[in-house]
Write a protein that binds this ligand. Structure first.
Ligand code: ZN
Length: 303
């Protein structure tokens, strides 16, 4: 069972005491970096007055939302449409971690970690297809090798595919060469399936240090974290998942959810409710490359 790898360590956080302390440190670091980023963004916004240009989103009248999650289980189309161009946007890699995008734009990015999963990923893809929106999947390398057709379907629907390491280790515990191996093998696997090399990377457990960021950057990967989650991997119930995500949703937000690594039926059930509510609040859904592009367009410099 592939999922057994996560039976001791949940997808993004550890359960042990050391893990909790470590998690607190990561959160504190993230908070500090977010504050620095916010100051930078505000400063840039004040000096630029830019109104970032972006292609129009699909008309809302075209949405055919599923009435119940059951509809989301419909079979995947055998004649997928060509990838949406927005998922293939080329953005220069950033040498710092990104927690959110342009806070002046009502756009938000759904991200799914730990797949591809043969049970839940096709259900999530069906929901995204029903709403005519794209998301970002941070896929685990060995699962890409095991389930290439699902990754191909992610790509063909215009979603962005990110690197989530080969075997989901805590990369801060590996040597630089070990990190490179995890990153390169996964990027190779994704490229062999989709024909496109990933430009974005999310560290397992959200665990990173300067070495991890630097090695990712050397592989032309921008490290992507998040600023909106509700610990869906702990299966707290659909209502809790939805409420948590909606409470933290904001302009330029990056939402963390999981399509693999364990029981994800609650995440699948929560997804249409999250999408409906955020669309009613005026958000449009973008891929991470689009979000990065719009962040750079706002005046935030990229290296
Ligand atoms: Zn993960």
């Amino acid at each position: 069972m592939h999922t057994s790898k996560y039976s001791i360590q949940p997808p993004e956080y550890r359960t042990g005491t050391a893990g909790i302390n470590r998690g607190v440190l990561v959160v504190l670091l993230c908070g500090l970096l977010c504050m620095i980023g916010a100051v930078t963004l505000v400063a840039n916004a004040a000096s630029s007055n830019l109104v970032p240009a972006r292609p129009p989103q699909p008309a809302t009248s075209n949405y055919v939302p599923p009435s119940t999650p059951t509809n989301a289980s419909s079979p995947v189309s055998q004649t997928p449409t060509a990838p949406d161009q927005t998922s293939q946007i080329a953005v220069k890699p950033f040498n710092y971690p990104v927690f959110y995008g342009n806070t002046h734009l009502p756009e938000i990015a759904l991200t799914f970690d730990d797949g591809p999963n043969p049970v839940y990923t096709p259900q999530i893809l069906a929901i995204l297809r029903a709403y005519h929106i794209q998301a970002t999947f941070f896929d685990v390398g060995y699962l890409v090798k095991d389930f290439p057709d699902i990754v191909r379907q992610e790509f063909l629907q215009g979603n962005s595919i990110g690197n989530h390491s080969w075997s989901h280790p805590d990369l801060t515990k590996l040597s630089a060469q070990g990190i490179v191996s995890q990153l390169v093998n996964t990027s190779n696997a994704i490229q062999s399936v989709t024909g496109t090399r990933p430009t974005i990377f999310r560290p397992p457990y959200g665990s990173f240090n300067r070495v991890v960021i630097a090695q990712a950057f050397q592989q032309n990967l921008t490290t992507i974290l998040w600023n909106d989650e509700s610990h869906d991997w702990t299966t707290p119930g659909v209502t809790v998942i939805v409420h948590g995500i909606l409470t933290l949703a904001r302009n330029g937000g990056i939402i963390l959810l999981h399509d693999g690594g364990g029981f994800r039926a609650q995440t699948v059930a929560a997804l249409p409710l999250i999408i409906d509510a955020l669309q009613q609040r005026g958000f449009t859904f973008v891929t991470i490359p689009q979000l990065l592009h719009d962040t750079a367009a706002s005046g935030k410099s990229s290296p």
